[in-house]
Design a protein around this ligand. Structure first.
Ligand code: PLP
Length: 425
């Protein structure tokens, strides 16, 4: 395969939409015997034409010299780069308007590698609450072991709560802001622009404070954090980007000055996406817009149904945020649509939640989200089981909370399944 990136980004002078470019961007059939789709290259290493070429590739890859203008990095070894991952990274950049992207073997690999690349012992990490259980564990158990402190801002906290959290930490050591918005599992929003302003005020030219946003729940279609002041966007590509519950993957996107240290760390952690993962994600990206749009429409019907149901105490759904809610302004500024994640408290506690989950027929009882099939789970004892119970309660992760990822099935069938399962409570 040739190395020159192919960009067919416009037609008749007008830029093409990302959903159009997902079928072609970054690849030309003539590179691979006319194959319409990029082939999978199951090879660990690449032959250099000459020793001089190999030397030049390594110098560029390891930053030992400034690349020449328009110089393409050469293919070296599958832990550093490979064709499928490069095409995928180019395509993922389009949705978020990112300069560059690094793909990983999981969302957690993207998160862990990004945090390790940008934090050092003694640093303070400021984060929104709640966080996905795996991220919460990494921040509170793994980073703390390496002398990296963390301070959380209570769910939905505004300027005062952020200021209080920063004042309670060593502000001079503030090194990174990490947001998950909407948050897993409560759909709580964090105001990206507000946090970005805090980060800029505490940063110095020698000590930038990158703002990192986990955009897994709404992105890459319905929220674009880089437009609101974020420096890096993170995905569990296992979710909507993969979209078929058949691949684990992750990504980190943003300006090159923030992504390149992450890519370098990836090389040494060995956490890159492999050829098969990259190929599956390229296939999934072709239908991303269709899937996410249908899932969002389905979720709207089901959230309305749940809201009026006597066995449901409370529904956490972005499309229902009222104008008098402080989160309304953040939603209006930051989100383009409410997405397809709904959480809700059933009437009762864990026993009632389990009765509901055990009674579901069409909706599968499983963790993960964003796939074509609908899934439901119990965050307090499953995805967020590692968060201490008092912390769970403080963040709204109750024993009666169900997290529901809406798929692409017919909404009437899904509603009937919810109806009969709620009747079992
Ligand atoms: N971020 C969020 C919001 C998640 O929900 C998850 C997984 O559920 C992750 C990150 C971790 O991603 P992965 O399971 O692909 O490692």
């Amino acid at each position: 395969m040739a190395r020159k990136h192919w960009t067919e980004a416009e037609l008749g002078g007008a830029p093409l939409h990302p959903e159009t470019l997902m079928m072609s961007y970054g690849y030309r059939p003539e590179w691979s015997e006319g194959a319409v789709k990029p082939p999978i290259f199951p090879t660990s290493t690449y032959v250099f034409e000459t020793a001089e070429a190999g030397k030049a590739f390594f110098e560029a890859a390891y930053g030992l010299r400034e690349p020449e203008p328009d110089e393409e990095g050469g293919l070296i070894y599958g832990r550093i780069n490979h064709p499928g991952m490069e095409i995928l990274e180019d395509r993922l950049c389009l949705w978020d308007g990112a300069e560059t992207c690094a793909v990983f073997e999981s969302g957690m690999a993207a998160i862990a590698t990004t945090l390790l690349a940008h934090l050092s012992p003694g640093d303070v990490l400021l984060h929104s609450e709640p966080l996905y259980g795996g991220t919460d564990h990494f921040v509170h158990h793994v980073l703390h072991r390496f002398g990296i402190c963390s301070v959380g801002v209570p769910p939905g906290g505004g300027a005062d709560e952020i200021a209080r959290a920063v004042a309670g930490a060593d502000a001079a050591r503030l090194a990174l802001v990490y947001l998950e918005t909407p948050a897993n599992p409560t759909n709580t929003l964090a105001d990206i622009a507000l946090y970005a302003d805090v980060a800029r005020r505490h940063a110095t030219p020698e000590r930038p404070i990158p703002v990192v946003v986990d955009n897994t729940f709404l992105g890459p279609l319905f929220q674009h954090p880089l437009e609101h002041g974020a420096d890096l966007v993170i995905y569990s590509a296992t979710k909507y980007i993969g979209g078929h519950s058949d691949v684990i993957a992750g990504a980190c996107l943003g300006a090159a000055k923030y992504v390149e240290p992450v890519r370098a760390m990836r090389t040494f952690m060995g956490s890159m996406g492999d050829p098969w993962t990259s190929w599956l994600l390229l296939r999934s990206l072709e239908t991303l817009q269709l899937r996410m749009t249908r899932q969002m429409e389905n979720a709207r019907c089901l959230a309305d149904f749940l809201c009026g149901h006597p066995k449901v105490e409370r529904v956490y759904y972005l499309g229902h945020i009222g104008e008098d809610d402080p989160q309304y302004d953040v939603y209006r500024r930051q989100c383009l649509a409410p997405g397809a994640m709904i959480s809700f408290d059933v009437v009762g506690g864990e026993a009632e939640a389990f009765r509901f989950l055990n009674a579901l027929k069409l909706v599968k009882l499983a963790v993960s989200l964003g796939g074509t099939e609908s899934l439901a789970e119990h965050p307090a004892t499953m995805t967020h089981a590692d968060v201490p119970p008092a912390e769970q309660r403080r963040m709204g992760i109750t024993s009666q909370l169900i997290r529901f990822s809406v798929g692409v099935e017919h909404p009437d069938d899904l509603r009937r399944d919810l109806e009969q399962a709620l009747a079992a409570i």
